[in-house]
Design a protein. Structure first.
Ligand code: WT7
Length: 657
């Protein structure tokens, strides 16, 4: 597939529109569409107004210096992110407000007020300083979803250390690579974390990694799983390792927040996409916090009495921007949950929503499709009456999954914000504003005020269907790839002649209303008889069928058409695979979006291969469809899924199609 094969065919027509529900706009923080024009009139002044809502130790001199591809925002200004997330809330009534309501998978609960969080962050910050961590040093964080994850990030921010959070589901190898790339000095981990009733042995994984990470001087271990105490398989290495609770015991509860330059680095976060050496995406302090703060406030319409729950893991950018920094900078109350959505039962999330009175709920399409597969009887058992706003991020959401989410979780009362952004963009870029935007299932709608996005073809001409590009710098943009300037320029800033245009790697179309429809990664685009087909449209046509919960489509070499459509389909609970269903689905796709997209092969599968963050890995499905040896499977959440699928595919001859 060469990249010259854009623009994409426009197949799927989705005409349903959902205006903000009755009464929503009246109560919303923003309900006037004039915000878009106001931002456009002077985008620097607009972002400066947002930055002005943060607390600065010293004001900035210049809003933006743009030397493509390098932007500097709010230069000369000094601030501290932890101060903005904690200290500034301590003077008024937020002092005793719940900042973090945490529930562990076994059901243990801890609630931290802003005051509590400030105390523990300060203690850990002092503890890290005692271990020799200084401004600019890197600290790796490899933790389950426990409060100490957020506390560790904030403690680093407080002393100006750069954190590198590594998702707790990553292997020792992945951890070691990330530690070594950033040359982290300290690792914060836990003895374990709970997942589907098991204790994940994080410290044991870390010990394995630590055999080849010479830069690490100390390891701080949170006692969570208590599996070190229970077993002799691993232990604390004297002189190097210490317990978190010992490190903070008796330590002063005040810790001066380091005044940081706006452009100082706040964190590095590794993103691998679906293949290749992970890139350490570097984010700034002032610009990053400004956009994380602004988007959290407007996109989630975050108000003083909301109970906000983002189900992501802190190991992903979503967890950084929309569990930790955005919500806390806004003084919000949030829920954090350690475990899986289906343990001990498939109603776990709804039970938590009911228990804590969650009002704003933000999750990923992969989760919505799982809920849909499990059936609406699960959420129906719970009182979700407090919910008022829903969000989606991570992949295109199939319109049918969107409508299911709207009906069975939102009970037709809650707007859905489908938010498009990336690890690299740091914060939300394309999204509805829930009190303003008429939403459309499957569309992230319009760029956030102040953001400019455009579609280009290969030669850099504007089109209505092509490559998604960001054409103006934005405050939370990545500042680089750790230690690899060349890769930074090549990956994001050299697709077109103009070095100031950011290439996002996604294909998209834009409709008459100016709404953006992301069609998938450009590497995944199919070419069937000269028609360029984005994966999301065919997948959504399949998910549109009442028997289907999830689908992935790939191109398979075809002597006549160049490529033929091969589909991998997961059925809803209670639906059985059959030859009739194959024909019914083929016909359905042909009817919904046209004969050109009719899958030549359909294979039913209980699971699809996904990355650890839940994105469908089409590259491996392509290998299966082509009968090739499987490529790199190390980024998969569960490598068995793809092995099983490959066997089934081979056994089924033509996959039943
Ligand atoms: C890629 C970025 C941003 C936090 C989680 C993912 C896809 C993300 C959407 C959306 C369609 C989406 C894109 C993007 N994506 N959100 N609302 N609609 N596609 O971060 O791992 O850096 O992935 O996720 O393909 O490029 P990430």
């Amino acid at each position: 597939m060469t990249s010259a094969e854009i623009p994409l065919d426009d197949l799927l027509r989705e005409d349903r529109r959902f205006p903000p529900p009755e009464g929503f706009s009246e109560r919303a923080l923003v309900s006037d569409p004039a915000v878009y024009e106001e931002a456009e009139a002077d985008h620097e002044a607009y972002w400066a107004r947002w930055a002005g809502e943060l607390d600065w130790f010293e004001p900035w001199e210049k809003v933006l210096e743009w030397d493509p591809p390098h932007a500097r925002w709010f230069t000369g200004g000094k601030l501290n992110v932890a101060y903005n997330c904690l200290d500034r809330h301590l003077d008024g009534p937020r002092r005793n407000k719940a900042a973090l309501i945490w529930e562990g998978e076994p059901g243990d609960v801890r609630t931290y007020t802003y005051w509590d969080l400030h105390r523990e962050v300060s203690q850990l910050a002092n503890g890290l300083r005692e271990l020799g961590v200084k401004k600019g040093d890197r600290v790796a964080i490899y933790l389950p979803m426990v409060p100490e994850a957020a506390i560790s990030m904030l403690a680093c921010a407080r002393i100006g250390a750069i954190h590198s959070v590594v998702f707790g589901g990553f292997s020792p190898n992945s951890l070691a690579d990330r530690i070594n790339d950033a040359q982290a000095k300290v690792l914060i981990t836990a003895d374990g974390g709970y997942r589907r009733g098991n204790v994940i042995p994080l410290k044991r994984n870390a010990d394995d990694a630590l055999e080849r990470t010479p830069s690490i001087e100390h390891v701080v271990v949170v006692a969570r799983g208590w599996n070190i105490a229970r077993t002799t398989q691993t232990s604390l290495k004297p002189g190097r390792d210490l317990w978190y609770h010992d490190l903070i015991r008796g330590v002063p509860t005040k810790c001066q927040a380091e005044p940081m330059e706006a452009e100082d680095h706040l964190f590095v976060l590794y993103t691998s996409g679906t293949t290749g050496k992970p890139k350490g995406v570097v984010h700034s302090t002032g610009g990053y916090l400004t956009q994380a703060y602004a988007t959290t406030k407007w996109v989630f319409d975050l108000q003083e009495d909301d109970v906000y729950w983002c189900t992501a893991d802190v190991g992903w950018i979503t967890g950084h921007s929309y569990i930790v920094y955005g919500p806390l900078a806004n003084g919000a109350t949030m829920v954090m949950y350690e475990g899986a959505p289906d343990f001990p039962h498939r109603g776990r999330f709804w039970e938590l929503c009911e228990k804590y009175g969650v009002t704003v709920f933000y999750t990923a399409p992969t989760a919505v499709r799982a809920f849909m597969k499990w059936g609406e009887e699960w959420p129906a058992r719970y009182d979700l009456g407090q919910l008022r706003l829903l969000g989606s991020v991570g992949e295109p959401i199939n319109p049918e999954a969107w409508v299911w989410y709207h009906r069975h979780i939102g009970r037709d009362r809650c707007p859905i914000v489908d938010t498009w952004w990336q690890t690299e963009t740091g914060a939300i870029m394309i999204t509805p504003l829930p009190g303003v935007t008429e939403t459309a299932p499957g569309s992230a709608t319009r760029p956030f005020p102040g953001i400019r996005a455009t579609l280009f073809n290969e030669s850099g001409e504007e089109t209505r269907s092509g490559y998604l590009a960001i054409t103006r710098p934005w405050p939370s943009m990545l500042r680089g790839i750790w230690g690899d300037e060349e890769r930074f320029r090549k990956t994001y800033w050299s697709k077109w002649e103009d070095p100031g245009i950011y290439f996002a790697g996604d294909g998209a179309k834009v409709d008459d209303d100016g709404y953006f429809w992301v069609l998938g990664r450009v590497d995944d685009v199919l070419n069937v008889a000269g028609h360029r087909i984005g994966t999301s449209e065919v997948e959504s046509a399949l998910v549109d069928h009442p028997a289907v919960a999830e689908a992935a489509v790939v191109g398979k070499t075809d002597p006549v058409k160049g490529q033929a459509v091969a589909a991998f389909v997961t059925l809803r609970e209670g639906k059985e695979p059959s030859a009739e269903l194959v024909v019914a689905l083929q016909t359905h796709v042909a009817e919904v979006i046209g004969a050109i997209a009719r899958p030549q092969q359909i294979l039913f599968s209980a699971d699809l291969p996904k990355t650890r963050s839940g994105k469908i890995m089409r590259r491996l499905l392509r290998d299966i469809a082509e009968g090739k040896a499987l490529g790199d499977t190390t980024t998969l959440a569960d490598p068995n899924v793809v092995e099983r699928l490959k066997r089934r595919y081979e056994e089924s001859g033509n996959g039943g199609g």
